[in-house]
Design a protein around this ligand. Structure first.
Ligand SMILES: *Cc1c(COP(=O)(O)O)cnc(C)c1O
Ligand SMILES: [Zn+2]
Length: 427
C-alpha cells in the first residue's frame, strides 16, 4: 500500500517500544529498529472520526456486524468486507449467575456466536481486508486453533487463500474447521510458540501476508470492536470491570484500545478495569505483572493448560497486555485448570452460554477476583465468552464427569433408570 492509499483517519503507526511513528505502508508489520518486539499501535485522527460517526448515527444504523464501526477501523472506504456476519454478538444480562455470586449486575458477551465460533473472527476479517489492500494472494498465520479457524473461514468468505500452522495438539474440532474451509494446513510437531516462529520465517521466505497475533498491528484493531459493542449495548455506560482469558494478550490489548478510542471520542467518561485471566500452567503475564518485571525481557515459560486458546509461553502482545491491565487499574488473575473446567458447566447452566475452556475462564477469574476483594458486589462486570464450547468437547466431557445411562427404548427401562438415579442421589 502506498501513502496515498492510506485511510485518511489513520495518522500513523507508533512503535510501542521506542515511540517512533511510521506512516501506514512505510513499514509492513513491526518497527524495524526492534525486530519482533517493535509492535506497532495504530493512531487515529479523532476529529475526522467524530465527523463521520456518533452515538446518534449508530442508533439509526441497522448494520448488525462490527462494520457499524467502520469509521473507527483502519481500512479504506471501498475495501470489501468478507461476506460473514462478524461481531454485534449478544450481551446477556445474567440473573441467576449474578445472584449466585452475590453480584449486583453481571453480563456475558457471547462471542461463541461468531461465524467460526470465536472472537478471532473480528481480527481475521480485518486481516483479509488488509491483505487485499496490499494486493496479497496468500495469507498465513500460526495459531493455537481459533485464529486459524477464523482466518480460514474469513478467507473462504472472501475468496482468498491461506496457509495455516497449528500445533499438532490442536483440538480436532478446530482442525476440522480448517479442513472444511479449504485452508492449506500444517500440523507443527511442536508448541504454538514453535509454530509462530516457523510461520514468521515462511511468510518472509514466500512473501505471504502475515496475520500473526501481535506481530500484525491490525489484529488488536479488529478485536477492539468487542469493547465498542459492550459500551453501545449498555447505552454508552461503561461497566466497572471486564474479564477475559489471556494468552498472547492481543484481545485484552484490543479491548483497551477500544475503550480508549471511545474515551478519546468523549462517548464514555471512564474506562473499565481490565481483568486478564491466565491458567496456572500458562501464567507468563500474571507473574511478570505481579513482579513488576519488564515484559520484553521476562523469560519465556513452557506453557501447558487444558485451555489451549490461552496457552502461550511467550505472549506476543505482552507489553500491550500489561499496559492494558496497569493502565486501567485492573489485575491479572491466575486460575487452575480444574477451576476453568468447573466454570464451563457453571456458565452453561446459569446463563445458557456454552464456552470452550478459555471462553469460560473469565468466570473462574471472577471467582478469584471476588475471593481477593478485587470486585465489589455493587459493581457491574462483564465476562467475555471468547469461544464456543463446541470447539473442544473433550474438555467439557471431562468437566461434566458424567456418563449418561444407556437404556432400552421402553418406559420400564426409563422408570428403572430414574429410580436408580434417585437412589444414587440419596446415597
Ligand atoms: C485467542 C483466544 C483467547 C486469548 O486471546 P489472546 O489475544 O491470545 O490473549 C481467549 N479465548 C479464546 C477462545 C481465544 O481463541
Ligand atoms: Zn521501535
Amino acid at each position: 500500500m502506498n501513502e496515498t492509499s492510506r485511510p485518511d483517519h489513520v495518522t500513523g503507526m507508533r512503535c510501542t517500544l521506542c515511540g517512533k511513528t511510521y506512516l501506514p505502508g512505510e513499514v509492513d508489520y513491526v518497527c524495524p529498529d526492534h525486530g519482533n518486539e517493535g509492535i506497532l499501535d495504530i493512531e487515529y485522527d479523532y476529529d475526522a472520526i467524530r465527523r463521520r460517526i456518533s452515538p446518534q448515527s449508530l442508533a439509526l444504523d441497522r448494520t448488525c456486524s462490527q462494520w457499524r464501526y467502520r469509521p473507527l477501523l483502519p481500512v479504506l472506504p471501498d475495501t470489501p468486507a468478507p461476506a460473514a456476519a462478524v461481531g454485534w454478538t449478544p450481551l446477556y444480562e445474567t440473573d441467576r449467575l449474578a445472584t449466585s455470586l452475590g453480584l449486583h449486575a453481571l453480563y456475558v458477551k457471547d462471542d461463541s456466536r461468531q461465524p467460526t465460533g470465536s472472537l478471532k473472527d473480528r481480527a481475521s476479517a480485518l486481516a483479509v481486508m488488509k491483505a487485499r489492500e496490499v494486493g496479497a494472494g496468500m495469507i498465513t498465520t500460526a495459531s493455537t486453533g481459533n485464529a486459524a479457524a477464523a482466518l480460514a473461514g474469513m478467507c473462504a468468505a472472501s475468496d482468498m487463500a491461506c496457509t495455516i500452522f497449528v500445533p499438532r495438539s490442536a483440538p480436532r474440532a478446530k482442525v476440522a474447521q480448517l479442513l472444511a474451509y479449504g485452508a492449506r494446513v500444517f500440523l507443527v510437531d511442536g508448541s504454538y510458540d514453535d509454530a509462530f516462529e516457523l510461520c514468521l520465517k515462511a511468510a518472509g521466505k514466500y512473501g505471504w501476508y502475515n496475520r500473526n497475533t501481535g506481530f500484525n498491528p491490525y489484529m488488536a484493531e479488529g478485536k477492539k470492536t468487542a469493547a465498542f459493542e459492550i459500551c453501545e449495548q449498555l447505552d454508552w455506560q461503561c461497566p466497572d470491570a471486564v474479564f477475559v482469558g489471556v494468552g498472547d494478550g492481543c484481545i485484552i490489548s484490543g479491548l483497551h484500545k477500544g475503550f480508549m478510542d471511545l474515551f478519546r471520542l468523549g462517548w464514555i467518561d471512564r474506562i473499565p478495569r481490565l481483568m486478564g485471566v491466565q491458567a496456572e500452567g500458562s501464567d507468563f503475564l500474571y507473574r511478570c505483572w505481579k513482579e513488576g518485571a519488564d515484559p520484553v525481557t521476562f523469560p519465556a515459560i513452557k506453557a501447558h493448560t487444558v485451555a489451549d486458546s490461552i496457552s502461550a509461553g511467550l505472549p506476543r502482545d505482552r507489553r500491550k497486555a500489561v499496559a492494558a491491565v496497569n493502565g486501567t487499574g485492573g489485575a491479572f488473575l491466575r486460575v487452575s485448570d480444574e477451576a476453568i473446567l468447573a466454570a464451563i458447566p457453571e456458565l452453561a447452566r446459569l446463563t445458557g452460554v456454552f464456552a470452550e475452556p478459555a471462553g469460560a475462564s473469565p468466570l473462574a477469574g471472577l471467582h478469584a477476583a471476588l475471593d481477593q476483594d478485587l470486585v465489589a458486589r455493587d459493581e457491574t462486570c462483564v465476562l467475555l465468552a471468547t469461544g464456543s464450547g463446541l470447539k473442544d468437547v473433550d474438555a467439557t466431557i471431562r468437566a461434566c464427569d458424567a456418563e449418561p445411562p444407556v437404556i432400552a427404548p421402553t418406559l420400564d427401562a426409563l422408570g428403572d433408570a430414574l429410580n436408580s438415579a434417585k437412589r444414587n442421589q440419596e446415597s
